[in-house]
Design a protein around this ligand. Structure first.
Ligand code: ATP
Ligand code: MG
Length: 418
């Protein structure tokens, strides 16, 4: 027996309706916000993520699925969706189309992490990315979209935490302040943080190691270093959230895992699923496209982890729509009956009705039992009599009552009732 790889999961036939509900909800939110779907390959040139996610991030340092293909190229399975979306934007010249370009995706993502609750090696994301608008209204709209998505899933009690991590201008001064602060403690910090100290000290605030967390407790706060533009941008974003009555708290420790963020960053955090509580994270990345060799195009987006959303939905007892059951099971007594049963279910299916018949050569009794297990609303049994009379009894499983209906009228009966 060959088992599933560590950190991956199957979706079974009886649970896929839950995934479909989350995905359908994502698509319907995207539709009303006018985000158009994009699809990028599951693998990209490794270089894209080195530059697009950033070399000081955990994702690039420890978590990427990187391999050499048979042509000797370094390839990486996408660990997130933003870098690929940015590449798509640049490579397809979307910068020449009317702005903003509003996109969304549903994608698997791959990270070599220690599997635990809410943390997998293959997981799935619903993400949106908006290109071309520097305006704070856009930051607000992206947060509205995330909030609306969570509400529609029945996830009500997440906390929204927001922060601004500034731009190149204000971060220069802030980095200097951070370096001053961390320098005396450097030898007590983890190797990654010592490296971050040189390359991007802001990342130290994102370290998950207890000793580093303790040291960074009193670190200078980025909000005290924002330049005028970043500060007024952040103020406007907050005022739009207030106007929309969206509750949030400002958390200066949110810096997000990826290197390319600027200005607004945010997370929706759930307290219902343990340590891996961040169900959705996002932010502005005004410098990414230029860093990837494109024009300078401001952008902002979020990504929500579908597995974590499902965990929250299950833990808060959110209502999934019921798994669809076939309204009618057509059973057969003999070979002629089987032919007619096949013909009957096919006619119904052509009209969009979920109809089922026997594929196992079961006895009539066993077919009835199976129809009951399926949860069929009606059952019809076809034998010689039904073929002669041209009609069949539709038995309503809920109360055992039955009505004789002509074969040609079954569809109308199912649609209208009697
Ligand atoms: P975390 O703090 O949990 O490591 P992250 O900052 O690495 O998250 P992002 O890169 O922002 O995560 O990804 C966006 C979302 O994708 C997360 O909020 C989470 O819901 C989901 N996610 C990220 N990594 C995983 C994973 N290994 N397994 C399942 N879901 C994940
Ligand atoms: Mg992570």
């Amino acid at each position: 027996m060959i088992n599933i790889p560590k950190g991956t999961k199957d979706v079974l036939p009886e649970e896929s309706y839950k995934w479909q509900f989350v995905e359908d909800t994502a698509r319907s939110v995207a539709e009303v916000f006018n985000y158009k779907e994009i699809r990028t390959p599951v693998f990209e040139h490794t270089e894209l993520f080195l530059r697009g996610v950033g070399e000081t991030t955990d994702v690039v340092n420890k978590e990427m699925y990187t391999f050499e293909d048979k042509g000797g190229r370094s390839i990486t399975l996408k660990p997130e969706g933003t870098a690929g979306a940015a590449r798509l934007f640049i490579e397809n010249g979307l910068g020449a189309t009317p702005m903003p370009v509003k996109t969304f995706y549903l994608t698997p993502a791959f990270r070599y992490e220690r599997p635990q609750k809410g943390r997998l090696r293959e997981f799935h994301q619903f993400g949106i990315e908006v290109f071309g608008s520097p305006a704070p209204e856009t930051d607000a709209e992206v947060i509205f979209a995330a909030s609306s998505f969570l509400n529609k899933l029945g996830i009500k009690n997440t906390k929204l935490e927001i922060n601004s991590i500034g731009c190149k201008t204000c971060r220069k001064e802030y980095h200097a302040a951070l370096k001053n602060y961390f320098a005396p403690n450097l030898e007590n910090m983890c190797a990654t943080c010592r490296d971050r100290f040189e390359k991007n000290p802001l990342r130290i605030l994102d370290c998950k190691e207890e000793r580093c967390k303790a040291i960074s407790l009193n670190a200078p706060q980025i909000l005290d270093y924002l330049c005028e533009e970043c500060s007024s941008h952040f103020k406007k974003v907050r005022s739009y959230l207030d106007a929309q009555n969206i509750k949030y708290s400002v958390n200066s420790r949110i810096v997000r895992g990826l290197d390319y963020y600027t200005k607004t960053v945010f997370e929706f955090v759930s307290e219902d699923i343990g340590a891996q509580g961040t169900v959705c994270g996002g932010g502005r990345y005004d410098n990414l496209l230029e860093e990837l060799g494109g024009q300078s195009v401001p952008a902002i987006g979020f990504a929500a982890g579908i597995e974590r959303l499902l965990l929250v939905m299950e833990s808060v007892g959110a209502a999934f729509p019921e798994n669809k059951k076939p309204p009618i099971y057509v059973a057969a007594i003999d070979e002629n009956g089987r032919k007619k049963a096949l013909e009957t279910v096919m006619a119904l299916r052509e009209k969009g009705i979920n109809a089922e018949t026997d594929l196992m050569g079961r006895s009539v009794k066993a077919q009835m039992k199976y129809a009951d297990k399926l949860g069929a609303e009606y059952v019809a049994v076809i034998g010689e009599n039904e073929l002669l009379s041209g009609s069949v009894n539709l038995k309503k499983m809920a109360d055992g009552t039955s009505v004789s209906v002509k074969f040609d009228d079954i569809y109308t009966y199912l649609i209208k009732g009697d």
